[in-house]
Design a protein around this ligand. Structure first.
Ligand SMILES: Cc1cc2nc3c(=O)[nH]c(=O)nc-3n(C[C@H](O)[C@H](O)[C@H](O)COP(=O)(O)OP(=O)(O)OC[C@H]3O[C@@H](n4cnc5c(N)ncnc54)[C@H](O)[C@@H]3O)c2cc1C
Length: 424
């Protein structure tokens, strides 16, 4: 046996003895890092991106910055408002991501210095990056509705469009309202986060009123000319289950809030509980970082990489983006954006080409009673000529009718997407 053969055999033997340990070390901490990625926002888009960068990149150094200590899901939050679930059911932690090798930092990102490639946190900490991913969600266009900002600040009016304390506040107001009271939901013009969400909320509030406060009324004041998603299915649910208490009013844009009076163009609506879903735009961080470049509201992206069309080196995901045609602002979609971005960022860090034909899918379930559910699904494929994602003809569709099997699917979908994003 010569020296070369001996040393090679010893090397293989040593590797076999270390077994999974050496491999695990390589995947999580060992080996030269191919780059530092900072992800801002630990919601549906950001958490998924952080997880998949680790899963697919192995030796990418990933830091996730999120202002909240826990992940609270908007999907299923309407069931909490209807009294069919508790906050604990929609709340999850970030320990799974930590175990997957993501550095999770609880903090507020106050500035992005794209030239120096670093983000600044409240308190002064700076995090350098090679690539930055932001999935900051939405903020509200409060100046479009007179009196709305102070009404929300005082707690008289709630939005419940970011799950957390607002979800609890709306539930408490419904519980405190006497039987015979009036609840009003105001829906803004599209585009807003989760097109079917307000109509699901109407069903969930109505289901509560029907059993607990049957003399009450629910007014659904929609700024749009008609129901924006799963129209026939929601119309059927309104008529079948909530005919005597729910009234749907299209073309009812909210102009002003005065106390608990919703002022529309031609009439005033007095409500005991006023739930205003405000008009929306990309979250503040996208704005201050100069990422908002479409209609003064949304961040434009290159759909092959999710890289901003305004600021190189920054990738934008989820609700903050200017949606491709027929693409909803949904948690499922943000999860898909995140996977395209994670794969592209790894390729870019390695100096290799990105996937030229990304495909994304979406399914949105809506509860119309505590058990019956309807869905809408779609498939979106990259069109190289138009440089956007377009729905695949004949793909997707909606439920034939509300049913309980989809009720089980909806709850499984939620558990699965939380597990997928948070490495649970
Ligand atoms: C009532 C309701 C029901 C819904 N139901 C469904 C459903 O059934 N299915 C579905 O697919 N979608 C649903 N959605 C939509 C879904 O919640 C959103 O589309 C999804 O959350 C978008 O993901 P995102 O990553 O863009 O934003 P988010 O999930 O909102 O995440 C953004 C995160 O960024 C953090 N953040 C923002 N700025 C900073 C900063 N400066 N520093 C640190 N952290 C920051 C926020 O705290 C937040 O955690 C629903 C929405 C609502 C309101």
């Amino acid at each position: 046996m010569n020296a070369t053969m001996f040393s090679r055999r010893r090397l293989i033997g040593a590797g076999a003895a270390l077994g999974g340990l050496s491999l695990a070390g390589c995947a999580s901490t060992g080996g030269p890092s191919i780059g530092r990625v900072v992800v801002v926002g630990g919601g549906f888009g950001g958490a998924t991106a952080a997880r998949y960068l680790r899963l697919w990149g192995g030796n990418v150094d990933v830091t996730l910055v999120e202002r909240n200590p826990q992940f609270v899901s908007c999907p299923i939050s309407n069931l909490v408002i209807g009294g069919h679930r508790q906050m604990a059911d929609i709340t999850r932690g970030y320990d799974g991501l930590r175990a997957a090798g993501v550095k999770v930092v609880q903090g507020e990102v106050t500035a992005i210095d794209a030239a120096a490639r670093k983000v600044r946190l409240a308190g002064g900490t700076e995090l350098p990056y090679d690539r930055l991913i932001v999935s900051p969600g939405i903020d509200f266009l409060l100046d479009q509705v007179g009196g709305l900002a102070p009404a929300l600040d005082s707690g008289r009016v709630v939005h419940g469009w970011k799950a957390g304390p607002q979800t609890v506040a709306l539930r408490r107001q419904l519980e405190a309202m006497p039987d015979g009271g009036v609840v009003a939901i105001s829906i803004p013009k599209v585009p807003y986060r989760c097109p079917p969400g307000p109509y699901e909320r109407a069903c969930m509030i109505a289901s509560y009123l029907k059993t607990a406060k049957p003399r009450s009324k629910l007014l659904v004041l929609d700024a749009n000319p008609e129901i924006q998603s799963k129209k026939a299915l929601f119309e059927r649910a309104f008529a079948q289950h909530y005919k005597d208490l729910l009234e749907y009013r299209p073309n009812s844009e909210l102009k002003e809030v005065d106390g608990r009076v919703a002022k529309l163009e031609f009439e005033d609506v007095r409500a005991d509980v006023l739930n205003v879903v405000p008009p929306q735009r990309a979250a503040d961080l996208a704005r201050t970082a100069g990422l908002v470049n479409i209609n003064n509201r949304w961040a434009g992206v290159n759909w092959l990489t999710m890289e901003s069309t305004a600021v190189p080196g920054i990738h934008v995901l989820g609700d903050a983006t200017f949606s491709a045609p027929m693409m909803p602002k949904s948690g499922h979609m943000a999860n898909q954006h995140a996977k395209v971005a994670a794969a592209a960022v790894i390729q870019l860090l390695k100096g290799e080409p990105v996937n030229a034909t990304p495909v994304m899918v979406n399914t949105c379930y809506s509860f119309v009673t505590a058990r019956d559910v309807v869905h809408v699904a779609s498939v979106h494929q990259y069109d190289a000529a138009e440089k956007t994602l377009k729905t695949v003809p004949g793909s997707g569709g909606v439920s034939a009718a509300a049913n309980q099997i989809e009720g089980r699917y909806a709850l499984s979908w939620a558990e699965n997407i939380w597990a997928d994003a948070l490495a649970l």
